[in-house]
Design a binder for this molecule. Structure first.
Ligand SMILES: Cc1cc2nc3c(=O)[nH]c(=O)nc-3n(C[C@H](O)[C@H](O)[C@H](O)COP(=O)(O)O)c2cc1C
Length: 315
């Protein structure tokens, strides 16, 4: 069987498959569908300083391809996470990456400091799509300066590897990638959801209580792939691809453009146990293609040939 092991920012993972934050709860829920040990790493839902009830219903709705959510980072806060979730996750034989969110740079720094002493946590993923409440409520991910300052403070607060999770809702994601690298990020996760909305034209009502929400699933894969590729070219730190991945072939596209790992999110709502088989399915496909290791695929895009084949691409 082809070797599936990868190293991402110093983390030695059995395979490159991770859960995408928020799509498997805090991990304990997922055990009923997929053994956590089948993953390269498990990424938690965003954990915040204080408990959050999330947004009022309706906060999830299907679209023709994928869905919209405005969960609003519902979670029970860092105290409950450390007390009730981490002890079980420590026994789950999986690399745990805890995703953190805050309303200020200080929130992120406090959470990172608190988790630094937790042996069960291998790394942190920093959700930069959270609004900066003290800075006009714009998400941290929309400004290079804000994104860099969060990562700089998180860097100072922890020795664990830190991944910056970027938003596609910006004009130049490469610029944000360079900023988080300058702030001390060990890696980047690209991407979070795209902004979207849906309305019922008969009632004239929006489908989501918050009117707009985050769009995810199969339809966003080309946007996610292009964003991840842009990040790969902008920085030297590793990039984890996320967005619309639902099959081994989808995952391979992200590896070919240079990602070192991939996250599986909305696709799990169709089949929650699928993620457990992805690494084996990838390995079988690699065998058939005559490749000895999944790392043989990483960063192997023939960019000039690809551009030449895209109709209408600038020559
Ligand atoms: C229901 C739902 C909840 C999510 N919650 C979070 C979250 O708490 N933190 C976060 O960083 N991303 C969150 N995301 C974004 C996903 O982790 C992922 O970046 C995005 O959905 C794109 O990947 P996908 O198309 O494979 O789902 C959430 C997505 C969904 C669908």
């Amino acid at each position: 069987m082809a070797s599936m092991a990868v190293t991402v920012a110093g983390l030695e993972l059995a395979n490159p498959v991770m859960s995408a934050s928020g799509t498997y709860g805090h991990g304990l829920e997922m055990r009923h569908f997929a053994p956590l040990s089948s993953l390269g790493a498990w990424v938690s839902k965003t954990v915040t300083k204080k408990p959050r009830p999330g947004n009022p219903l309706p906060r999830i709705c299907e679209t023709e391809a994928g869905f919209l959510n405005s969960i609003g980072l519902e979670n029970r806060g860092i105290d409950a996470y450390v007390r009730d979730v981490l002890p079980d996750m420590a026994r789950a034989e999986v690399t745990v990456i805890t995703n953190i969110g805050g309303e200020s740079v200080e929130d992120f720094a406090e959470l990172a400091e608190r988790l630094d002493s937790e042996a069960a946590v291998a790394a942190l993923e920093v959700n930069l799509s959270c609004p900066n409440v003290q800075g006009g409520k714009l998400p941290f991910s929309t400004s290079p300066a804000m994104a860099e300052s969060v990562m700089r403070r998180v860097r100072a607060a922890t020795k664990k590897p830190i991944f910056a999770k970027l938003s596609p809702n910006v004009s130049d994601i490469g610029e944000i990638a360079r900023a988080v690298e300058a702030g001390g990020a060990d890696g980047i996760t690209a991407i979070n959801t795209l902004l979207g909305m849906r309305v019922d034209w008969r009632t004239r009502r929006p489908a989501l209580n918050t009117i707009q929400g985050g769009y995810s699933g199969i339809a966003i894969k080309p946007v996610a792939l292009r964003s991840a590729w842009t990040c790969v070219r902008a920085v030297k730190i590793p990039v984890i691809g996320c967005g619309g991945i639902g099959s081994p072939e989808d995952a391979f596209e992200f590896l070919v453009v240079g990602c070192r790992a991939v996250q599986f999110g909305t696709a799990s709502f169709t089949d929650p146990s699928r993620i457990a088989h992805l690494a084996d399915e990838m390995s079988t496909l690699l065998d058939r293609a005559g490749l000895a290791a999944v790392t043989d695929l990483i960063g192997t895009l023939h960019a000039s040939a690809a551009v030449a084949k895209v109709p209408g691409a600038p020559s």
